[in-house]
Design a protein around this ligand. Structure first.
Ligand code: GLU
Length: 298
């Protein structure tokens, strides 16, 4: 069965890029008669706020993006994460790391997604988890997967990322670990999300394989930028999101290179048309879209 999801971090209102991801994953789930879950990635209590959760729900409701089943909250799953962390510990691939951010910043080379961790603490055998992070050791075998839009992607985690953090020194489970466990629990079959997470995917596949979880079908959509800057929730980017839901839908369908319904259709008929005509193959293969050009021509 097709199970998709939309997993915003409630660090601000949804910007146009996250709305595009919500719409694309919704349409793909609906066309495939699947389920579409809403999961709130609210593990990091420093970055996330109830106010933003309420805003995101209101935005999705306004756009008629109706999710299936109860909303899933990462913050309510800490025990499940703990359970799977223990499973990982049993494999002896995890270790405690006492390196400070400063040390890593000063001593590491930068890689595809931040600094490459040197493995400094790998053989230290530290016992005290308090105020320290937990990392998982990686190997030299490249992870290769075929992305639905970006094509084949290959990464040698050891050379490009290094051993990575699965529980942070502030005791918060890392996104990389939590997301893998969530998608396993929720039986997610298809993930459609932003291309800013392409480099994270091999780490997630690595954990999935160790824990014996099922493969997931990935599609990474282009991320949007406006006037040369990537749209971001925490910056409060609000381009277009205050206009009528109909106009947001039409603009997003255009960004996704889909067949467009008549401009004067109702919101319901735009959505019905969009589901029927959804063709994920029509999306152009790119990592980024500059929305400035689309704005000029719309
Ligand atoms: N919570 C992440 C974000 O808002 C997305 C996570 C995911 O789709 O795996 O960027």
């Amino acid at each position: 069965m097709y199970i998709g999801r939309f997993a915003p971090t409630p660090s601000g209102r949804l910007h146009l890029g996250s709305i595009m991801i919500a719409i694309a994953s919704f349409l793909d789930a609906r066309l495939n008669n699947g389920l579409w879950h809403l999961k709130i990635d609210d593990l990091d209590s420093f970055r996330t706020k109830q106010k933003h959760i309420d805003q995101i729900k209101a935005q999705l409701n306004e756009l008629n993006l109706s999710w299936d089943n109860e909303i899933i909250y990462q913050s309510r799953r800490v025990e499940r994460y703990e359970y799977f962390l223990n499973q990982l510990k049993k494999t002896k691939k995890t270790y405690i790391c006492s390196c400070s951010r400063k040390k890593i910043l000063e001593e590491s080379e930068s890689g595809v997604d931040g600094f490459i961790y040197s493995g400094f603490c790998r053989d230290m055998n530290y016992k005290n988890e308090e105020n320290n992070s937990i990392r998982i050791s990686v190997n030299d075998e490249p992870i290769i997967f075929k992305d639905g839009l970006q094509g084949e992607y290959k990464q040698n985690i050891n050379n490009e990322i290094g051993d990575f953090v699965i529980k942070r020194s502030d005791n918060i489970f890392s996104y990389q670990l939590a997301v893998v466990i969530d998608d396993h629990i929720d039986k997610t079959s298809h993930i459609i999300r932003g291309s800013d997470l392409l480099e994270s995917t091999p780490r997630q596949i690595y954990i999935q394989r160790i824990l014996g979880f099922k493969n997931i079908n990935y599609t990474h959509l282009p991320t949007l930028s406006y006037r040369g800057r990537k749209l971001s929730k925490s910056n409060g980017d609000n381009y277009l999101i205050e206009t009528q839901p109909k106009n947001i839908w039409l603009f997003v369908l255009k960004l996704l290179n889909q067949t467009l319904p008549a401009r004067n259709s109702s919101l319901e008929s735009i959505i019905e048309f969009a589901i029927k005509n959804w063709d994920i193959k029509r999306i152009k293969q790119r990592r980024f879209i500059e929305i400035d050009d689309y704005i000029r021509t719309s």
